[in-house]
Design a protein around this ligand. Structure first.
Ligand code: ZN
Length: 361
């Protein structure tokens, strides 16, 4: 089959052996696959990412970046054929999604991060039957491919542990921030304040349902707490309690992943806030624990999603609770992937570009 093959920081379109489904696996035709910021980062800085994964004891991303591999973990696909020992409950021809994980005889493989098993930037893949989700409601393959990145938002929101009436602030409205905003609105949480320097991303944040959208070049995202009834200092919080009010908590989602942002949030966060780190900062960062202590901030970091969050996200997209259409800003065939990697560096043009391996370019 044809695939976009990465090797030593370069992409090329070339032949890759047709995947063959093993026990419990399904052969699929890739219909759409989103290009993720992680793929851009992996292509250039795989060594650092792999080092971090290894130190965390994770074997799921374990590949040699100087050998061929096919990226792509945000996909939808069509069932072509079943391997041995399968139940075949989903008909061939059906559109499916799956978490990007393959269970095989040699353990678990991260799809899109393996030298042996191709990800979604190729014409075909093998998936685990046990993880297949049939795409409901005649949802298009393009929209279904957004399940994976949107599930990241659902997971962050669940980990944010918000109560009704709490106020959410989303710092950064790239694909991760947009997924968080959509995840908050899908659960009826908020008000949601969103901030990004890019005009395009602020527009997308609005279409995702953010209640207030701020350009940090013009106004501080941390200046509006009192408008939403959130007490900034512990004194004000104590006063609210004495008056019989339940103080509202600010939950701040860090979706930028750049050095210095955590400290900026610690500075701007009201006492008792929760900070959820979702943006992946690869630099060593520093912050001032004393201020976080005085404010009694709860800082947590999150990654990925649970299977039920993934399935729920697919259903939220299919029933229209989450509208992904505005986030899809481009389509490319295999031949357009290398250029798309370049184009995604500009935040004012693109959010999500979908690779359509069957599209001629
Ligand atoms: Zn991704």
């Amino acid at each position: 089959m044809r695939a976009v093959i990465a090797n030593d920081q370069k992409l090329r379109v070339d032949d890759w052996p047709d995947p063959v489904p093993a026990e419990g696996q399904v052969l699929v035709k890739t219909l759409a696959c989103g290009i993720c910021g992680s793929d851009l980062h992996m292509l250039k800085h795989a060594d650092h990412m792999l080092d971090v994964a290894a130190r965390a004891g994770s074997a799921i991303s374990n590949f040699d970046p100087k050998k061929d591999l096919v990226y792509g973990h945000e996909f939808s696909a069509e069932v072509l054929d079943y391997g041995p020992g399968t139940e075949r409950k989903i008909k061939t021809g059906a559109t499916v999604c799956s978490m990007p994980v393959l269970m095989g005889p040699s353990g678990i493989t991260g799809l899109g991060y393996s030298n042996q098993i191709p990800g979604g930037y190729g014409e075909m893949m093998v998936l685990s039957e046990a993880l297949l989700l049939e795409v409901p409601n005649g949802l298009s393959a393009d929209h279904a491919a957004l399940t994976e990145p949107m599930a990241v938002g659902a997971h962050a929101v669940i980990k944010g542990d918000m109560a009704q009436g709490d106020v959410a602030l989303v710092i950064g409205c790239g694909p991760v921030g947009l997924a968080v905003i959509a995840g908050l609105k899908a659960r009826g949480l908020g008000p949601v304040i969103a901030a990004d320097f890019s005009e395009k991303r602020r527009k997308l944040a609005e279409s995702a349902g953010a209640d207030v959208v701020i350009n940090p070049a013009e106004a501080s995202p941390y200046a509006q707490w009192s408008d939403f009834g959130v007490a900034f200092s512990s004194d004000e919080r104590t006063m609210q309690t004495m008056l019989g009010e339940t103080p509202k908590t600010a939950v701040i989602f860090e979706c930028v992943g750049v050095k210095g942002v955590v400290q900026e949030i610690i500075d701007g966060a009201p006492t008792g806030s929760r900070i959820v780190g979702v943006g992946v900062c690869m630099d060593t960062d520093h912050f001032e624990p004393a201020l976080a202590i005085v404010k009694q901030l709860d800082v947590r970091f999150v990654l990925g999603y649970a299977p039920e969050e993934f399935a729920e996200t697919l259903h939220h997209i299919a029933d229209g609770t989450i509208r992904v259409d505005p986030f899809i800003t481009g389509h490319v065939g295999l031949g357009g992937v290398a250029q798309a990697f370049e184009d995604l560096a500009s935040p004012d043009v693109h959010a999500k570009i979908l690779v359509k391996p069957q599209m001629k370019d």
